[in-house]
Design a protein around this ligand. Structure first.
Ligand code: SAH
Length: 220
């Protein structure tokens, strides 16, 4: 695992961050790799200044443009499922980077992260946040992630941070053999779906109920 000390970490944030990690443990995130990756990322850098005091609460928070920074428990849970029984995440694609929080967590666990965001100003925020954290192993792209990122495929891991009404057909095909894709599916009721590419084809497992912003088409 790549573990890096990130800049901009105050004492108060370190204490509240340690409490966030304890809460994640209580809620059932077991992987020490995932917990230490999450402990290494200062979430307050990713939320608006007015909300910085709430940055380590286990809730989704607004990040601007009507979007939300994902709830830490869900970030931990999804990454834990992706890692389970595998040596690492390998080459990873995130769809719906927002301002980059989950991409920064992923970047603690693997050297190669690609992250796609459809809203230009959010992508710029994500780029600025990565510079602030000196996180140089995340490649951020402006685009419609429903199409995946064919120029960098295949991926060992694909993680989607917005809910699709159905699985975007391009995504499973951009998995390497042994690769895993996790995404929230559904319009009203949503659930996490795990898709694995095996030598014989694809397997699907339906996991927890969740609540995400919708996966939308095109860019803005
Ligand atoms: N990963 C972020 C979560 C951001 S919320 C975090 O760590 O906090 C989900 C994001 O998905 C939003 O920023 C939204 O603009 C983006 N999104 C929705 N549909 C998309 C699409 N088709 N392609 C790329 N990004 C998309």
């Amino acid at each position: 695992m790549t573990y890096r000390h990130l800049s901009g970490i105050g004492m108060t944030s370190q204490r509240t961050r340690a409490r966030m990690i304890e809460r994640l443990r209580e809620r059932g995130v077991r992987s020490e790799m995932v917990l230490s990756a999450m402990a290494a990322v200062p979430r307050h850098v990713f939320v608006e200044e007015a909300l910085a005091s709430r940055a380590y609460e286990d809730t989704a928070l607004p990040l601007g443009m009507g979007q939300t920074i994902s709830q830490p428990y869900i970030v931990g849970r999804m990454i834990e499922v992706l890692l389970s029984g595998r040596a690492g995440l390998g080459k990873t694609l995130e769809i719906g980077a927002g301002c980059g929080y989950q991409a920064a967590v992923l970047a603690q666990l693997t050297n190669e992260v690609y992250a796609v965001e459809r809203i230009g100003p959010l992508l710029e925020k994500a780029k600025a946040n990565m510079r602030k954290l000196q996180q140089f192993n995340v490649r951020l792209k402006h685009g419609d992630g429903q199409l995946g990122l064919p120029e960098a495929a295949p991926f060992d891991t694909i993680i989607v941070a917005a809910a699709a009404s159905r699985v975007p057909p391009a995504l499973p095909h951009q998995l390497a053999e042994g690769g895993r894709l996790i995404l929230p599916v559904g319009t009203g009721e949503q659930y996490l779906l795990l898709i694995e590419r095996t030598p014989q084809g694809f397997t699907e497992s339906r996991l927890d109920g969740v609540r995400f912003v919708p996966l939308l088409s095109g860019t803005e």
